[in-house]
Design a protein around this ligand. Structure first.
Ligand code: MN
Ligand code: MN
Length: 473
């Protein structure tokens, strides 16, 4: 029979089912061009912003170029003003002041700019058997075995007792040396290979190889260590004790690259959560002045529980909002609470993309798929939603309306199977203050590894989502 007519069932199916498919199937050539251009800009930014301090620096450069002012440098703020506040070089808040009063609520998009890595211990430098090493203490949830036998670079600061701050960034330039952590050859690894994966490489054994050349003087006991210290003294003017007041981070020395013959994905270090941080930054800059004040949060220490004075748990964000109220002339007792209760937020953090190689940990029906659009997690937490933040249906309904009106593809997902595990973001911290919050971001593969994978379609869809949220929520 001729089959030009859709059957009743087919028509009903199209009308009633939530059809899930790759966003690339619907993307026009023009959209694909926008997606690829945006992704290139993202990769360039990521390659010079591998740590929280570097991200803040790159973001400040971009904001300064675009007319943003340091909130501390202005006496008063008015609708249309663009300001930022930098907290100890590691986190920052950006605001575009809206036409309505701030007490009517903020539209917030909040991401984090710290990523799992290896930090140097305070007493890092030592010599053993003709090699010099830096001893490390890992930061955040890593699989230790992934950090051996790859090129690593050193980023951070060393602060001398006179307050002078030395910035370190070595291993990124192609003329720089790189560093690595050695692994055992398979020939002698019989015992190691029988260990559980999590025990194959001890965290304590993540020691960075940094030199092998002795200082030429018989009287010296640790010649290789001395030679390294001499090089560091010449280059940075530091002594060994200056490491006591340093923050040096080891990150992969390779750059973010397009992945696949079709170049449909980005592979790169630190996409958790710099992919959401960058898209949120671009969104707040490009959304324009709206009725509600738009705020972008770039927080630190999310990977270790958001504690400390640069983490989201600190009162610094409250202080920032209070300063907005002070400088707009609106402030009065307890107004901050009202601001939070009137505010909405997208907690912009990466999700888990369904990985067919590790399918057993996921509930396929409730998984996020790469290239299917930005991924919302209604709730986080683990084993019975414990400790998670759960978004209200009313808020999700409103957001769905905005996304569908703007033809932005999105999906709602869970991290993994109910009993398998879980995780958290900064969402609960703002939700506890009274803000309407939901987690949403780019779903990635190989999360927390040295080379995370994200779909370019999803990256662009996150950017569009954050932008329309500022414009229309
Ligand atoms: Mn994250
Ligand atoms: Mn993470």
């Amino acid at each position: 029979m001729e089959n030009n007519e859709k059957t009743e069932g087919k028509k009903l199916e199209e009308e009633l089912f939530n059809s899930k498919k790759s966003g690339w199937e619907r993307a026009t050539d023009e959209e694909k061009g926008l997606i690829y251009t945006f992704s290139n800009e993202y990769m360039n930014f990521l390659n010079r912003s591998k740590t929280e301090r570097e991200f803040v620096k790159s973001a400040k450069e971009l904001l300064d170029k675009n007319g943003y002012k340091d909130l501390n440098s202005v006496e008063s703020i008015h609708p249309g003003d663009r300001v930022y506040y930098i907290n100890r070089e590691k986190s920052m808040y950006i605001a575009v002041i809206g036409n309505k009063k701030i007490e009517e609520g903020l539209n917030l998009v909040g991401a984090h700019i710290d990523s799992p890595r290896l930090d140097l211990k305070p007493n890092a430098l030592y010599e053993d058997s003709g090699f010099a090493y830096f001893d490390t203490h890992y930061y955040g949830g890593i699989k230790t075995y992934q950090w051996t036998a790859i090129p690593l670079s050193i980023h951070g600061v060393i602060v001398k007792t006179n307050g002078e701050k030395v910035e370190v960034n070595i291993g990124e330039d192609e003329n720089d040396p790189i560093f690595t952590i050695t692994d055992l050859l398979p020939h002698l690894a019989k015992e190691q290979m029988q260990k559980k994966l999590g025990e194959g490489i001890n965290g304590e054994d993540l020691n960075l190889l940094i030199g092998n050349m002795p200082y030429n003087d018989k009287a010296v006991s640790e010649k290789v260590k001395l030679n390294i210290m001499k090089i560091l003294n010449d280059k940075y003017g530091i002594k060994e004790s200056d490491f006591l007041s340093s923050e040096l981070e080891l990150v992969p020395a390779f750059n973010a690259r397009s992945l696949g013959f079709d170049e449909s994905m980005v592979a790169g270090y630190g996409q958790d959560d710099k992919v959401c941080a960058y898209t949120a930054l671009r969104a707040v800059m490009e959304a324009g002045v709206q009725d509600k004040t738009a705020v972008c949060i770039l927080s630190d220490k999310e990977e270790v529980g958001s504690m400390g004075n640069t983490g989201m748990e600190s009162q610094v964000f409250d202080y920032f909002v209070s300063e907005l109220l002070n400088k707009s002339g609106e402030n009065r007792p307890n107004l901050l609470n009202k601001v939070f209760c009137n505010s909405s937020m997208l907690s912009a953090d990466v999700g888990v993309a369904y990985d067919p190689i590790y399918a057993s940990v996921s509930d396929r029906t409730n998984s996020a798929f790469a290239s299917f659009g930005i991924s919302f997690d209604k709730y986080t937490g683990s084993r019975g939603k414990a400790g998670g933040s759960d978004a209200n249906a009313e808020f999700i309904g409103k957001l769905r309306g905005i996304l569908e009106k703007n033809n932005i593809q999105y999906q709602l997902s869970e991290l993994g199977k109910v009993d398998v595990g879980g995780g958290g973001t900064i969402a609960y911290i703002l939700a506890n203050k009274g803000v309407e919050v939901i987690d949403c971001g780019v779903a990635v593969l190989s999360m927390h590894s040295p080379y995370e994978v994200a779909s370019k379609f999803d990256i662009y869809s996150a950017y569009r989502t954050y932008k329309v949220f500022y414009e229309e929520a």
